[in-house]
Design a protein around this ligand. Structure first.
Ligand code: F6P
Length: 537
């Protein structure tokens, strides 16, 4: 544990009795503890951070080499050291190069693939590329993890821009998922996208085969209605998808960072070329801000530092992401993969054990729904949950402006309530006004106390346009990167998902009886037997 961490912890301990509200006594609190970049406004004034803590955190970022690693990432250096790969999802939204990997400019290929994807999406939308029954009415994207969460989240987020065929996302190996998605679709006008970087993921390949069988019942040449988004043209070819309908990307694009390239094809078909380009431009604008802004004004850096203050210094293990924007309802799930697959590590880049916590547990739901579910615990539970609110100044439904007013009022009220709380005296006064007295007044008042002093941040934007969504997603990507650099881990591998996959492959033949259960533990064995006894496999 470094010296700055110790100083930060000591600082936190020294100030532990202080209330966030008191920090507002100092003039300029909001201006100092907020930052703005190209229309995104980040307010982190409702936290325990003060000048001393913030300057220590900024020093930490500098000492840990955030600026140098940032430059190395954008330059195409192989910063994914355990896999020997560059990390260049930023190239997928760049408009020009050169950006070099192993001395070769990757941009001509990136721009060529982007042009192919945009042209293909337009062909599907216009009907110039069609199915056996004519223009495609429906598109089914089959993928999982990064090949699903990003495009599914963004397709929902950008619903007001959706003027192409209907999009359906299938990810789970549970047959219920594909079964329900295909219900009511016409195979003759359905396009199937198989999105898999590796083209080996068992869930995706199982679903892809099921979709092919479904098409084959009606369509004479099912493969003519298939597209592959993959790094493996070979494997897509083996599946029967011809090269002209394989849209590839290189190994320097991690699955959870791949939405900006071919993996965004379904989204492009839904919203069209201009809107998708706006989405890329929003992300590229955030890339520029991240590269150029001073650390103290740098949104991704500030989000990371606030997050690390809460997780590493104050010891709050979770982070709630609370979008007051119903179309961002898949954002928490998307961020779970981005943050927890990237920074859920306990080993440092050099193989030594991490002496800090791994990244936080990320969860959330859109407001106002969450208010009527889990906010009880956030307000009155014994554990502190730092909250990240997101809200647009404007909705997309001007005729429903009163809904939006209520939405915004609720969002701002929640962060205010978390900070302000309600004291026992205030609760007593409330109960007295209701006519209670004596022991009953005391009892009822105790239940109405809110400790307050609970931290939250708010990200405010004008409207959820493609450009803004691009900015927000790139902001979170870079935030995860900064956190990873400060932790000293590799944010770009995911070895932690392997063991479960291996054991699942070994268990399937045990379930079918093709393999014996030698070496299995008692619990797993009993569960296998129960499933078999129920005739489940
Ligand atoms: O579960 C791990 C993972 O490799 C993710 O990182 C990835 O996004 C997902 O599986 C899907 O992988 P693929 O795109 O290769 O099918």
């Amino acid at each position: 544990m470094g010296e700055i961490w110790s100083e930060l912890r000591a600082h936190n301990r020294a100030k532990s009795g202080r209330n966030i509200l008191d920090l507002f006594d100092k003039k300029g609190r909001v201006a100092t503890f907020s930052a703005e970049a190209d229309g995104l406004y980040f307010d982190f004034s409702k936290t325990q951070l003060d000048d001393g803590a913030l300057s220590l955190l900024l020093e930490l970022a500098r000492n840990k080499g955030v600026e140098e690693r940032r430059q190395a990432m954008f330059a195409g250096d192989k910063i994914n050291e355990t896999e020997g790969r560059a990390v260049l999802h930023t190239a997928l939204r760049a408009s020009e190069g050169p950006i070099t990997v192993d001395g070769e400019d990757v941009m001509p290929e990136v721009l060529d693939t982007r042009a192919r994807c945009l042209a293909f999406a337009e062909a599907v939308r216009s009907g110039s590329f069609k199915g056996q029954g004519g223009r495609f009415t429906d598109v089914v994207n089959i993928g999982i993890g990064g090949s699903d969460l990003g495009p599914a989240m963004a397709t929902l987020a950008l619903a007001p821009y959706h003027d192409g065929p209907r999009l359906h996302y299938v990810s789970n190996v549970d047959g219920a998922d594909i079964n329900d998605a295909l219900q009511g679709l016409d195979p003759e006008t359905t396009l199937v996208i198989v999105a898999s970087k590796t083209f080996t993921t068992i869930e995706t390949m199982t679903n892809a085969k099921t979709a092919r069988d479904w098409l084959a019942k009606t369509v004479s040449d099912p493969s003519a209605q298939f597209v592959a988004l993959s790094s493996s043209t070979q494997k897509a070819g083996d599946f029967g998808i011809p090269e002209e309908r394989v849209f590839g990307f290189e190994d320097w694009v991690g699955g959870r960072y791949s939405l900006w390239g071919p993996i965004g094809l379904g989204l492009t078909i839904a919203i069209g070329k201009d809107a998708f380009t706006g989405f890329l431009n929003g992300a590229a604008t955030m890339d520029r801000h991240f590269q150029e802004a001073d650390l103290a004004d740098n949104l991704p850096v500030l989000l990371a530092l606030v997050g690390m203050w809460h997780n590493q210094v104050q010891g709050h293990a979770t982070r709630a992401v609370l979008p007051y924007d119903n179309r961002l309802s898949r954002l928490p799930a998307y961020l779970q993969q981005l943050e927890m697959e990237s920074n859920g590590k306990s080993v440092a880049m050099d193989g030594s054990a991490l002496d800090l916590h791994s990244g936080p547990i990320v969860w959330g739901e859109p407001g106002t729904n969450g208010q009527h579910a889990f906010y009880q615990l956030i307000h009155q539970g014994t554990r502190v949950v730092p909250c990240e609110f997101l809200v647009a100044a404007k909705g997309h439904e001007p005729e429903l402006a009163h809904h939006h007013r209520l939405l915004v009022a609720n969002c701002l009220a929640q962060s205010e309530a978390l900070m302000r709380g309600r004291s026992l005296d205030e609760a007593r006064e409330m109960m007295a006004r209701k006519g209670l007295e004596g022991a009953e007044l005391e009892r009822q008042a105790a239940h109405r106390v809110f400790a307050g002093n609970r931290p939250s941040t708010t990200l405010l934007y004008d409207q959820l346009t493609p450009f803004t969504l691009g900015q927000i997603i790139a902001l979170y990507e870079h935030r995860v990167f900064v956190e990873g650099v400060i932790l000293g881990i590799n944010s770009f591998d995911q070895w932690g998902v392997e063991l479960g996959k291996e054991l699942a492959m070994a268990l399937e033949p045990v379930l079918t009886g093709e393999s014996d259960s030698a070496g299995k533990d008692g619990s797993t064995l009993a569960l296998v037997e129960k499933v078999k006894a129920a005739g489940g496999v």
